[in-house]
Design a protein around this ligand. Structure first.
Ligand code: FE2
Length: 387
C-alpha cells in the first residue's frame, strides 16, 4: 500500500452527488483513475464495506499555535510542533490544511512583547517551509493569515509576511467588544475572566481601550489589508459578520468566504451573494456556538451552510460531517461530506481535489462507523498512504 497505485474494492464510496453502496476505485500515479459500482474488475484491496470519502480540506484551524506555545511563555521547537500537529491533522482525515496563523498583537499591548503573535508566526512559517520542502508532512499545508485588524502591528507584519511566504487565504478579524462575535459584553466578560484571570476593573479598562482604538484603526487597516490581498492574489475571508452592513462591506471587498457569521441575517445575505458560509464543526458536534451566537445546524436547515471547519478540534471535522444528516434530515451524506471537501476546495480555487472523480487527486480517507463514531482507518494523499 506504499505505492501510489492501488485498487480498492468492496467499499461504500461517497461521490460529490451520491453514495455508491458497494463499489471499487482505482488509483494510478496518485490520481483517481476510475470509479465503479459492484465487483471490482480484478482483485484489489478489500475495504470490508468501509466508507471512502475524499480527504478533508480544513480552512481554519488554530491548532498549530498551541503545539508551539503549549503554556504561557513556554515555546516548543517549531519544527517538532509542526510535525506533531501534522500527525493529528492527518489522523483526523484532513489531507489539505490551511494552517491559520494569527498576526496582530492585542491592542492593549503598546510595545512588542518578548515573543509576540507575529514573532511566533514567522517562526512557524519558517518551520512549515522546511517541512514542506523536505516532504516531511502527511497533509499538504497551505497558509491562512488571520489578521486582527485593530492591532497596532497588523499591517506592517502582513506586508512583511507576504513578502516572505506564499499565503493562500487572508481573514479579516475584528474582535472589538460590543460587535460581531462579542456583541454581548457580558458573555465576553465571562470568557475573559477565565482566559485572562484579571479583575473586572482591568478587563473593563481593556474593553474601553479596544473600542477607542477600533475607531481609529479598523477602517484604514482593513482597506490596506484588502489591497494587499488583491495585490498578491490571495483569497479573502470575512470573520464573524453579524449585520447586513458587514456583508455589504464584504461583497465590496471581494470576500469569497464568510467565516463564522454570528446571525442568520448575515449568513443568509452572504450565501445569497455567492459567498461561501463557513461554520465551526464543534458548533455542530456540541449543538450550538460556544459564544452564544447562531447554531450551525440552524443555518444548515435554512440551506445556507456551505463549509465546516474544525476550528479548535481537528477531529470534529469528520464527526460533524457524518452527524449532519442525522441532525438535519434535508442534508444527505454526500451533501454533508461536500461541506468538508468539495466546497472548501472550490471556495479557495483548489480545482484538483475535493471529490472522488476520475482525474482528481487520490486524497482519500477510509472510514469505519463504529459505536456511532466515524473512525479514520487509513488516509492517502495523492495516492500515498500517510496514516
Ligand atoms: Fe472570532
Amino acid at each position: 500500500m506504499d505505492s501510489t497505485h492501488f485498487l480498492a474494492s468492496n467499499a461504500r464510496i461517497v461521490l460529490a452527488g451520491r453514495v455508491i453502496e458497494n463499489g471499487w476505485l482505482a488509483v494510478v500515479d496518485g490520481v483517481i483513475a476510475e470509479v465503479g459500482e459492484g465487483s471490482a474488475p480484478e482483485s484489489g484491496y478489500d475495504f470490508q464495506g468501509d466508507t471512502i470519502i475524499p480527504g478533508l480540506i480544513e480552512l481554519h484551524t488554530d491548532h498549530l499555535e498551541p503545539h508551539f506555545n503549549p503554556r504561557p511563555e513556554v515555546f516548543w521547537s517549531p519544527t517538532a510542533a509542526v510535525l506533531a500537529y501534522d500527525s493529528q491533522i492527518a489522523a483526523s482525515g484532513i489531507t489539505t490544511v490551511f494552517d491559520s496563523l494569527r498576526i496582530g498583537d492585542d491592542v492593549e499591548a503598546d510595545a512588542p512583547k518578548k515573543k509576540s503573535f507575529s514573532n511566533q508566526v514567522f517562526e512557524l512559517a519558517d518551520a512549515l517551509k522546511v517541512t514542506r520542502e523536505a516532504d516531511l508532512t502527511r497533509a499538504e499545508h497551505l497558509l491562512h493569515l488571520r489578521c486582527e485588524i485593530c492591532a497596532w502591528n497588523v499591517v506592517d507584519d502582513a506586508e512583511a509576511f507576504l513578502a516572505k511566504h506564499p499565503v493562500n487565504l487572508i481573514s479579516l478579524m475584528d474582535h472589538t467588544p460590543g460587535q460581531r462575535q462579542f456583541r454581548d459584553i457580558e458573555k465576553l466578560l465571562i470568557y475573559w475572566r477565565r482566559k485572562l484571570s484579571r479583575p473586572d476593573s482591568e478587563l473593563l479598562k481593556i474593553m474601553d481601550k479596544r473600542v477607542e482604538l477600533h475607531a481609529i484603526r479598523a477602517e484604514p487597516h482593513r482597506r490596506r489589508l484588502v489591497e494587499l490581498a488583491q495585490q498578491h492574489g490571495v483569497v479573502l475571508a470575512s470573520h464573524d459578520d453579524a449585520t447586513s452592513d458587514h456583508v455589504t462591506e464584504a461583497i465590496g471587498d471581494g470576500v469569497a468566504i464568510a467565516e463564522f457569521p454570528t446571525t442568520v441575517e448575515a449568513a443568509t445575505a452572504s450565501h445569497a451573494a455567492g459567498i461561501h458560509v463557513l461554520m465551526g464543526a464543534p458548533n455542530v458536534v456540541r449543538g450550538g456556538s460556544h459564544s452564544g451566537n447562531v447554531a450551525a445546524t440552524d443555518l444548515a436547515e435554512r440551506g445556507v451552510l456551505d463549509i465546516l471547519s474544525s476550528d479548535y478540534i481537528p477531529a470534529s471535522l469528520i464527526m460533524a460531517a457524518f452527524s449532519l444528516p442525522d441532525v438535519v434530515p434535508s442534508i444527505d451524506l454526500a451533501g454533508a461530506i461536500r461541506t468538508v471537501t468539495l466546497n472548501p476546495a472550490l471556495s479557495t480555487g483548489l480545482t484538483d481535489r475535493g471529490e472522488i472523480l476520475a482525474g482528481k487527486r487520490a486524497d482519500l480517507v477510509r472510514v469505519r462507523i463504529a459505536e456511532g463514531h466515524p473512525v479514520v482507518r487509513a488516509v492517502w494523499r495523492q495516492g500515498r498512504r500517510v496514516v
